[in-house]
Design a protein around this ligand. Structure first.
Ligand SMILES: [Zn+2]
Length: 85
């Protein structure tokens, strides 16, 4: 079954995904790979400990923002007059 990637819009075959974590929402292998390396960076920078529920929650937030499912926190307050391009 083909799906279109939630991040880049490319279509990909579901069978290409071997990481069950990548199937939470449609993400192509390229974007998922990009996210996993970004996640490592976030974990190092934020000193996240994946054994702690609060830290896992924080990472999930980054994940949603990365895939465009959620707006980064505080963006609206920072740029109240920003017009969509
Ligand atoms: Zn993609």
């Amino acid at each position: 079954m083909t799906k279109s990637c939630v991040k880049c819009g490319k279509t990909f075959d579901e069978k290409m995904i071997d990481d069950p974590a990548a199937q939470k929402y449609p993400s192509c292998p390229d974007c998922w790979k990009e996210w996993t390396s970004y996640a490592v960076m976030v974990m190092n920078e934020m000193r996240l400990d994946m054994s702690m529920p609060e830290h896992r929650k924080a990472l999930r937030k980054y994940e949603k923002v990365f895939f465009g499912l959620e707006k980064p926190e505080g963006e609206l307050q920072k740029n109240p007059d920003k017009k969509p391009i």
